[in-house]
Design a protein around this ligand. Structure first.
Ligand code: TXA
Ligand code: MG
Length: 344
């Protein structure tokens, strides 16, 4: 299949391309598009066959449901049972990087939700994502636009690498702003449970929810079990080809451990300030020390870069799980195949 790459710099200048992209979605075809979190691989949420082709293009396990993207929070009425809490959350966090699990209505075919009786709803803030949903005239089911198990794509080049020749169109809208996928929550009475942490932190959710719980598997994959609240929790994720060696220890112990490997092809995830502490390793900069937002923004891109330069291993220090750090923590332990080396 020929894959057309369409660059969108201004919505007005690209109106025709976006109209064509919307038409492809309505015809049951797949279009990759930018969002503020990561790139998505979109299909009509009302078309079961199109959803099946999303799973095929990604090589995604059939039991892992897709998120349905809407242009306005109220658009979810057509296919989900909304609630007072949903609208309270929507008022505060939508459009934006929050996904809410709601009971589903019949309009969404079972292929989209992997047979579950719930549906994940997200209203992205990226203007191109918004324009595409509007142009399609239907809600868009979209997982991240990577091959299953690979780091999620944060640029159109990442999507091209994984999806070239498999889908008719990739819309290039520049770098994803946040760089990690949305926060996924399940309402629970007046409270909520976080199934996947993201840019909307537990502290922010506490402004709207009476209680905020974090599902056990978020920080401890060993606790996920066979039937998790969110099927995506149980799969190995985000893995680069290089081995990611995750160390739980103080700075000195981490430096000594990583610096013992001085042969070619060993890399380290480190802040700009700490780069000098690893003279013989390849530096993968996560930004300035303590800048968690920048770490999130660069993380998946750095894992892909490590593969491009042929790194054989990447050392990383187990990050703090505070605030936005919880999202990095959740991704990095999975990228490391859930192995953490304790040095204290
Ligand atoms: O930021 C994002 O959420 C991106 C962009 C493209 O919007 N999308 C994304 O989709 O990350 P995906 O498919 O890579 O991850 C969706 C996650 C999976 O862990 C899945 O198991 C969970 O959401 N999920 C989807 N529907 C669910 C449901 N009904 N119940 C529980 N978990 C659900
Ligand atoms: Mg994904």
């Amino acid at each position: 299949m020929n894959t057309e790459i369409v660059k969108v710099i201004s919505l007005v200048a690209s109106a025709n391309d976006l109209a064509r992209a919307g038409e492809l979605i309505r015809e049951g075809k797949l279009v990759a598009f930018p969002t503020e979190t990561v790139y998505g691989l979109g299909a009509s949420a009302y078309d079961g066959e199109a959803a099946v082709s999303v799973f095929a293009a990604k090589g995604r396990p059939a039991d892992n449901p897709l998120i349905v993207h809407v242009a306005e929070p109220a658009d979810a009425e057509a296919f989900a049972e909304t609630s007072e809490l949903y609208y309270k959350l929507a008022e505060r966090f939508m459009p934006g990087p929050l996904t809410v699990i709601l009971p589903k209505k019949d309009a969404i075919p079972p292929e989209v939700t992997a047979g579950l009786d719930s549906v994940a709803v997200r209203c992205p803030s990226h203007p191109v994502a918004h324009a595409l949903i509007r142009a399609a005239g239907v809600p868009i089911a979209a997982p991240s636009a990577n091959k299953s198990g690979r780091p999620s794509p944060t640029t159109a080049a990442h999507v091209t690498h994984d999806m070239m020749g498999e889908i008719p169109m990739i819309i290039d809208g520049g770098d994803s702003d946040f760089g990690l996928e949305s926060t996924v929550i399940k309402p629970d009475g007046d409270g909520c449970i976080i199934l996947r942490p993201g840019a909307v932190t537990p502290e922010m959710l506490a402004e709207c929810c009476r209680s905020v719980a974090i599902a056990e598997g978020v920080t401890d994959p060993a606790m996920v079990g066979d039937k998790p609240l969110s099927p995506g929790m149980k799969y190995k994720h985000y893995a680069p080809k290089a081995e990611l060696i995750l160390i739980d220890g103080d700075d000195e112990a981490f430096e000594n451990y990583a610096n013992a490997y001085s042969a070619d092809g060993y890399a380290v995830l480190c802040s700009d300030e700490d780069a000098d502490s690893f003279p013989d390793l390849i530096h993968l900069s996560v930004g300035k020390r303590g800048d968690t937002h920048e770490y999130c923004h660069r993380f998946f891109s750095l894992l892909r870069h490590a593969d491009e330069i042929g790194a054989r291993a990447i050392f990383a220090k187990l990050p703090s799980a505070e605030g936005e750090g919880l999202a990095i923590y959740n991704r990095i332990i999975r990228a490391a195949g859930c192995r953490v080396i304790k040095l204290k």
